[in-house]
Design a protein around this ligand. Structure first.
Ligand code: SF4
Length: 176
C-alpha cells in the first residue's frame, strides 16, 4: 500500500463522525480558510510520511471502532492512498467519513482530471464538504464548523451527481 503524508492520528474520537472513530489528519492544504483551527496541517511538505498498512494495523487493534475519518489538511490532495485505505476499512465492515475543503461539485470536476478523486469519493459513506467560513461558524452544528458545510450521505451525493449530470441537458432543452 502507498505512503500517506499525515499530520496526526487520533485513535478514538467521538466528535469526528458517528460512533467511535479512528481519525487520520492528512498533511497539506491549500484552502487557507481564515480562522482555520489546524494551520499546522497546511504545509504540503510537512507532517510525516506513513505507510498506509501501518495505519491499518493500528486501526485493527481497536474492535470498538465504527469506522475511519479522514480530516485535514485536505484529504483530496492524496486521494489514491486514502482510497486504498478506505477500501481496506470497508472490507472490514467499517464505514468511512471524509472531510474536504472542496465542495462536492468541485470534487466532481476534479474527478474528471484525476480518477483517484472519484475512487475516494466512491468510498465516502459521509462527506463533509466545503471550506470553513469563519463568519458562518456555528458551534451547534453536528460534525461541522460553519453552516455552509454540508453533511452528505451516499443518497445526497447520488442526487447531487444526478443534478450535475442533468444540468447540460436542461440547458440544451431550454435553448431548443
Ligand atoms: S480546508 Fe480545513 S484544514 Fe484546510 S484551511 Fe480550511 S479549515 Fe483549514
Amino acid at each position: 500500500m502507498p505512503d500517506l503524508r499525515v499530520s496526526g492520528i487520533v485513535e478514538e474520537s467521538v466528535v469526528d463522525g458517528p460512533g467511535v472513530r479512528f481519525v487520520v489528519f492528512t498533511q497539506g492544504c491549500e484552502h487557507h480558510c481564515p480562522g482555520c483551527h489546524n494551520p499546522h496541517t497546511h504545509a504540503l511538505d510537512g507532517g510525516t510520511m506513513m505507510p498506509t498498512d501501518a495505519i491499518l494495523t493500528r486501526f485493527d487493534e481497536d474492535p470498538l471502532l465504527s469506522g475511519i475519518t479522514f480530516s485535514g489538511g485536505e484529504p483530496f490532495l492524496q486521494p489514491g492512498a486514502l482510497a486504498e485505505l478506505a477500501e481496506a476499512v470497508h472490507a472490514r465492515g467499517k464505514d468511512v467519513m471524509v472531510y474536504s475543503g472542496f465542495t462536492f461539485e468541485q470534487l466532481l470536476e476534479r474527478e474528471e482530471r484525476d480518477p483517484a478523486v472519484g475512487r475516494l469519493l466512491a468510498q465516502a459513506d459521509i462527506l463533509v464538504d466545503g471550506p470553513y467560513v469563519e463568519s458562518r461558524r456555528d458551534l451547534e452544528l453536528e460534525f461541522r464548523g460553519s453552516d455552509n458545510q454540508r453533511l452528505l450521505n451516499r443518497e445526497a451525493m447520488r442526487r447531487l451527481r444526478e443534478a450535475r449530470d442533468a444540468a447540460p441537458v436542461a440547458k440544451a432543452d431550454a435553448g431548443a
